[in-house]
Write a protein that binds this ligand. Sequence first.
Ligand SMILES: Cc1cc2nc3c(=O)[nH]c(=O)nc-3n(C[C@H](O)[C@H](O)[C@H](O)COP(=O)(O)OP(=O)(O)OC[C@H]3O[C@@H](n4cnc5c(N)ncnc54)[C@H](O)[C@@H]3O)c2cc1C
Length: 365
Amino acid sequence: MTRHIRIAGGGVSGLATAVLLAREGFAVEVWDRHRGGGGRFAGGWQVLENGTSTTDALEELRAMGLTPDIPVIPAVKALFLDGFGRRYEIGSATPFAYFVRRGGGEGSLDAWLRRLAASAGVVLHQGVPAPPETDVVATGPRQADGVAREIVFGSDLPDTVAVLFDPAVTPTGYAYLFCIGGHATFGVAQVRRVERLREAQQEAWHRFREALGEFAVRGEHEGGQFMNFCLPRHLRGSDGRWYAGEAAGVQDFLYGLGNRLALRSAGLVAAGIAGRWDHAQFVRTLLRPMRATVALRFAYERVGRHGFAGFCRLASRGDFRSLLLRLQRPGAVKAAVAAAVIAAWRERDGCRHAPVCSWCRRRER
Ligand SMILES: Cc1cc2nc3c(=O)[nH]c(=O)nc-3n(C[C@H](O)[C@H](O)[C@H](O)COP(=O)(O)OP(=O)(O)OC[C@H]3O[C@@H](n4cnc5c(N)ncnc54)[C@H](O)[C@@H]3O)c2cc1C
């Protein structure tokens, strides 16, 4: 008998889970509360990171059975700005990331997944909140562990990938301005001190203007979003439901990059539902890399302006992807640091992320 699977959330992790299950013969229904796809995003650029695994991100998608015919733009060059007004040209021989559009529009990661879902026979209900009793929860962040604000606009800037690392402007975070083919995204992401996010955004905008010169800003669209991080013990909650993507807390603690991990979590959840849960793979491909980013997050919040300037200098002197792979490689030291950090940052009054979270960062109240 065909088993029926209901998925709440038609973003990256929900649709990828749906595609993989439908291909295995499950009858899959997905609900997304936004009409038109793309959920909480408005057409800005995001990256599919390619600096945590020696396996190329597109190869990984292919191995999962997700033909990577998404319109991606490989990122091999960037401009880093430090807190002292210095500029650093960054480069890598192979892409350190792939740019993808988010939102419902044609050519986006979301539209690609919707197309795969439709051809796999997934039934997608759009503009409708999910019913309460779904089998998979893939509804994105459940709590704000950080906040990002973005402006998406048209511009006459040449293709630009610029990142500002200045803790005096964006404490515990960073700012970015990406413009590809005249389509630009400017954003600020912070994990703490988020009450100053607007000022951080204004100051970062000013810094990019200084560094890049005058450029046109057309038809801007502004938005803000939460980011949710926690280390899941399992992707199946104690309520018996499966959790994928940010709903499971899956996101890297360092930069808040969650797309690749969300896709990976979809593969694990689909295998689990099909009766092939592989705990060792969950630990190796999801938990360990996430834990390493806890240690890196701890360091990130302590290095200060000089530390970031040192990072930018180092990044400009060699192959950036190789540097990322070295820095982000999970290992015994990072695991030990992460364990200590987790103990220090643990919520004193217990975790409020039930059912899957094992740890939350202590919030500043
Ligand atoms: C501003 C910003 C920039 C980012 N940039 C990057 C980046 O460059 N690279 C990167 O890797 N990651 C980035 N991230 C993180 C990345 O977007 C997420 O990790 C990723 O989208 C998580 O996928 P998901 O499937 O969990 O959630 P989503 O892709 O957000 O999907 C969740 C879906 O659930 C739907 N939904 C929510 N509630 C309900 C409900 N009750 N019923 C039905 N549907 C519901 C929403 O409409 C949405 O479509 C960024 C995040 C933000 C906020």
